[in-house]
Ligand binder design. Structure first.
Ligand code: AMP
Length: 218
């Protein structure tokens, strides 16, 4: 199976994708994580992506599409992929659909996480990530036991450069303008599942697993 997680910045796509990867054995592919790794490593892709990430703008379609489609051709994606943060435009959705169709493959389900705007903003401005193992914490909802230190590997926690109040408002506008048209696109295809993204992490995961089960091909 291949699934897409759709939802605004801060909707919980990354957190839920990590849980779903463990629960289903599908591979979690996050375009934002790939860009941040490229920025950290100082690669040409990272240098190109940096200014888009800092401003909360989308990286151009051809760059994202090339990067993600190359990644899904790797052997660790053979058991299916959980796409997180991709596609984000109709052009990206079309490119993904065409690439999967070449291998008689398709997207089986699109899970749309609904979260109120005030919660989205708290999730984003309170988010801290481990430099070593990439585990994600939140000052308001899931604080680490020791401030600034990862519970799992004792790595340093950092805040993303785009997780500030000014940039998040712009990222929400970009989502509305460029990504939200995908909701109607996947609804028309009959594969959209709307999920309440509020509440306990495990409860949200359970709702998502139920949607995935209902979408499994016979
Ligand atoms: P995320 O981690 O998904 O919030 O993505 C962080 C940033 O990476 C976005 O604000 C964009 O600048 C860039 N990015 C990630 N995925 C995409 C995508 N599918 N298309 C364009 N830009 C992306």
């Amino acid at each position: 199976m291949n699934i897409i997680l759709l939802g605004s910045p801060g909707a919980g796509k990354g957190t839920q994708a990590t849980e779903l990867e463990a629960a289903t054995g599908m591979k979690h592919i996050a375009s934002g994580d790939m860009f941040r790794a490229a920025v950290r490593e100082g690669t040409p892709l990272g240098k190109l992506a940096q200014s888009y990430l800092d401003k909360g703008e989308l990286v151009p379609d051809d760059v994202v599409i090339g990067m993600v489609l190359e990644r899904v051709r790797q052997p660790d994606c053979e058991n299916g992929v959980i796409f997180d943060g991709f596609p984000r435009t109709p052009q990206q959705a079309e490119a993904l659909q065409a690439a999967l169709a070449e291998h008689n493959d398709a997207i089986n389900a699109v899970l749309l996480l609904h979260v109120d705007k005030d919660v989205l903003i708290q999730r984003v401005i309170g988010r801290w990530t481990c430099r070593k193992c990439q585990a994600v914490y939140n000052t308001y909802f899931r604080a680490p036991k020791v401030e600034g230190v990862c519970d799992l590997c004792e790595g340093d926690l950092y805040q993303r450069s785009d997780d500030n109040l000014e940039t998040i408002n712009h990222r929400l506008d970009v989502y509305e303008a460029q990504t939200s048209p995908l909701i109607a696109h996947y609804r028309t295809q009959g594969i959209l599942h709307e999920i309440n993204g509020l509440g306990d992490i495990d409860d949200i995961t359970a709702r998502m697993v139920q949607a995935i089960e209902s979408a499994k091909p016979c």
